[in-house]
Design a protein around this ligand. Sequence first.
Ligand code: AMP
Length: 241
Amino acid sequence: MAAIPASDRGRRFVVLIGAPGAGKGTQSARLAEALGLCKLSTGDLLREAVRAGTPLGRAAEERMRQGLLVEDDVILGLVREHLRTPGCAGGAVLDGFPRTLAQAEGLDELLAEVGQSVERVVSIEVDEEEIVRRLSGRRICERCGRVRESAEIVAPPEPPSPQVAALPADGVAAAEVCPSCGGPLVQRADDRPETVRRRLEVFREQTAPLLAWYAQKSLLGRVDGGGDVARIHALVRRELT
Ligand code: AMP
């Protein structure tokens, strides 16, 4: 067997699974920071590609808008490319990937190529009513792409910053500005109620079967995703020890 390059030894790959709105994005950012790993969110990478108007973004946009999954080979290509970036040298917290059995198998193959494997899979579990409530309040910054949970949305500073003052008066509610950059906060097209229902269905049908698959490999931990962000972070960390 080929020797494992020294740089690949000890890399950590942790997967967070959860329905849309379960808090994977928030928790994966915290976890990645705490462990010194990169956060690899396929949803963020796709949205970046859509914003930049790349061929991949143009191909993915319609499926995303409809709440359907983007094709497995496109996703696996994106992940392969991103895992090679220097930021992921120590490993990655995978957010929103894998979402299908084919992607999970593809991930195993990608990691096996560099002598690595998935260390742990943590399922963040929240009931559907709570998910619909959360997603209807969620906003994304049009300028910097950061997602804001409803509780984080803040009123603009007084007097408004130049960026806020420059917002179109009719396009965006005045209270909905990004706390980081002052950009306009908008609802993601796929956070609208009818699309949320589709995404939940897709999760149940295509992603939830991964839980049994990872449980069978003794890699799965489950945490209750309700309540305080710090408490959930502690529960996720406990699953990794
Ligand atoms: P997310 O931000 O993770 O909820 O992803 C938003 C949308 O991007 C999803 O509804 C899918 O259309 C697409 N997407 C993100 N990750 C994947 C993936 N691993 N496989 C297929 N589609 C994905």
